[in-house]
Design a protein around this ligand. Structure first.
Ligand code: APR
Length: 265
């Protein structure tokens, strides 16, 4: 299928849907210039060992290395802009309401720790892997606020700030390998996919649980599952339809097709 061709079944499934879920991964932000994790050459995990950087063990071994890496990523994301795909997802619910005449909630479950969905106009995204912008104390868990501007270039080590309440080290507000996700957010994500008629899975390799389990759960619960990803992923076998296109190309094209479908049969 030509990547810019919007699959007609996707349009008709969305037109009939009463509730839509969207799962996003690093590919969602790739066209904003934020690197993915598992791209063979440019992916973050192609150059770094995740256990050194994104695990409680890595943090225990070298806090300054871990903090500097997340600060660099905060800087990168702060300079990035939402892409056309982020804007399209933010407008999807309104677009579906115009098409079908009934309210169609669209709930986004994102693994991304950036804020590009929000800056693209979306509210209520479930950030199941946390946020680069929500640091907290590693000892007493108190949320804190950043004041220093993040570095614009990679820096090897930055000593993490201290908690104003207990003096503990401030850690990134993200979920690391080996850590539990916030059970309330996971519960909301599970309910969302179980109640959805259509699930779009955009830009994830689908290898990190529990999010990687959600497309199967959605399908078992009766949802129609569509993957949007330029290359095959672990999600592809679960999807009813795989649209081989990038997020910034596919999602605005989808919105355009939905607006053209209004008034159609
Ligand atoms: N549009 C859509 N998809 C894209 C694009 C794009 N422009 N560019 C790349 N992709 C796809 C890739 O083909 C790949 O399938 O995005 C996916 C990115 O996969 P990963 O790098 O593995 O990212 P993700 O699935 O979000 O990783 C899950 O792993 O280490 C972690 O916590 C981190 O949240 C992350 C989790």
């Amino acid at each position: 299928m030509n990547s810019s061709t919007v699959p007609s079944e996707l349009v008709s499934r969305l037109r009939d849907a009463r509730a839509v879920a969207v799962i996003t991964g690093a590919g969602m932000s790739a066209e904003s210039g934020v690197p993915t994790f598992r791209d063979a050459s440019a992916g973050l995990w192609a150059k770094l060992n995740p256990q050194d950087i994104a695990s409680p063990e890595g943090w225990a071994r070298d806090k300054s290395l871990v903090w500097a890496w997340y600060e660099w990523r905060r800087g990168l994301v702060s300079q990035a802009q939402p892409n056309a795909g982020h804007y399209a997802i933010a407008r999807l619910s309104a677009s579906l309401q115009q098409l079908s005449g009934h309210a169609t909630p669209v709930t986004v479950i994102t693994q991304n720790v950036d804020d590009l969905h929000e800056r693209g106009g979306l509210s209520g995204a479930l950030h199941v892997h946390g946020s680069l912008f929500a640091p907290r104390c590693a000892a007493c868990d108190q949320a804190t606020v950043f004041t220093p501007p993040p570095p614009t270039e990679p820096v090897e080590r930055i000593t993490p700030p201290r908690c104003t309440r207990c003096g503990g080290f401030i850690r990134p507000g993200v979920v690391w390998f080996g850590e539990n996700l916030d059970f309330r957010l996971v519960g909301q994500a599970v309910n969302t996919v179980r109640l959805s008629d259509v699930l779009l899975v955009v830009g994830t390799s689908g290898v990190v649980r529990p999010v990687s389990d959600l497309p199967t759960l959605a399908r078992e619960s009766g949802a129609w599952v569509c993957e949007i990803n330029p290359i095959a992923s672990a999600i592809s076998p679960v999807a009813h339809l795989c649209w081989r296109a990038s997020a910034a190309l596919a999602l605005p094209a989808l919105l355009q097709s939905l607006s053209e479908a209004k008034g159609g049969p």
